[in-house]
Design a protein around this ligand. Sequence first.
Ligand code: GLA
Length: 397
Amino acid sequence: MDEKNSSKLIMDEMLNKFEELFGAGGDIRSYFAPGRVNLIGEHTDYNGGHVFPCALTMGNYAVARKRDDDIIRWYNMSYPKDGVQERSVKGLAPNDNGIWYDYQQGVLWALQQKGYSVETGYDMVMCGDMPTGSGLSASASIELVAAVIVRDLLKLDISMEDCAKIGQYSENNYNGMNCGIMDQFASAMGKEGHAIFLDTATVEYEYVPLNMEKKKIVITNSMVKHQLAGSAYNDRRRESEEALKCLQKVVQIDSLGDLDEETFEKHKDVITDEICRKRAKHAVYENQRTIAAVKALKNGDLAAFGKLMNESHVSLRDDYEVSCKELDILAEEAWKLPFVIGSRMTGGGFGGCTVSIVEEASVDEFKKKIGDVYREKTGIDAEFYIADAAEGARRLK
Ligand code: GLA
């Protein structure tokens, strides 16, 4: 089934469910927010560096109807066991349970914290068509679907960029995950056929066309969920901040993203802790790699882009230590194939997916070869998705 048909099917099913649970009629509107895949620039977004993600066609759909009171009634077809979640929009309080409705509530709470008037509730049915816990930002997609619903139904005067910032604020302060801005920004601001070259220090960005003639971006899901990744993620962030503090004694910088490789090498010994030094090395080099990769892409030099992707994986594996055995197998086996331009883990790590650029004519062979060797080495069946850069979060109807 093609994408249009499958999204129509989801939409029809959601509408049926909505009418069954909350009754027909009235102004029922539909929304979508995508997940994302990051092509390069990993663990740089909270270090003042650059990232290069694109929004996906997969994500979370919702249908919603505004109410007259302060009640929210929500149902997620992807989690039927949770039933209808009903509460007031008043008195929402942070927790770190990480359940789908927490990500939505977090956005309502964050909007309230930032002074937006969120006093009216809505009935909603949602449904995701993307894997969760796989490093493709299903949680950001849930946050952004909440943001576009509330923005539209309650007529909030808020830009999509600020919706992304609200999503990040809610994830940091409501859900206890100290993430950077990349995922929410990609979900909010995605553009068909383009990746987003975002400077996280200034939140300035540029859409770069993904001119990949006869190549495809293939996502391989290791099917290892990144459980417990939250605490390890927050550790990495702390270690990077510690390294920054040491460096700030000798160079005037606001973030690790301000350093080039040479300056880092010159001063790195002020970082006395070896682990923190490794983390900082990754952040500095990865940022420079990302800048170089975008330049290479603009020059049509995909081979250089792919080489930088491979180097990114090595750095994430050895210096930042956020890869895992399964992701290493997927990337390292991909490097052996002549029709693979580049391959690396993508997202936070500790499980999840790799992203590879593959010659279009060899995509089936890629799936077969990587699928077979991965099964042989881990006993797990990997899943593959073709990534088409897509539009960001929006109202559909
Ligand atoms: C997670 C976070 C992002 C980013 C990536 C790593 O996806 O949510 O902010 O830090 O990990 O690049």
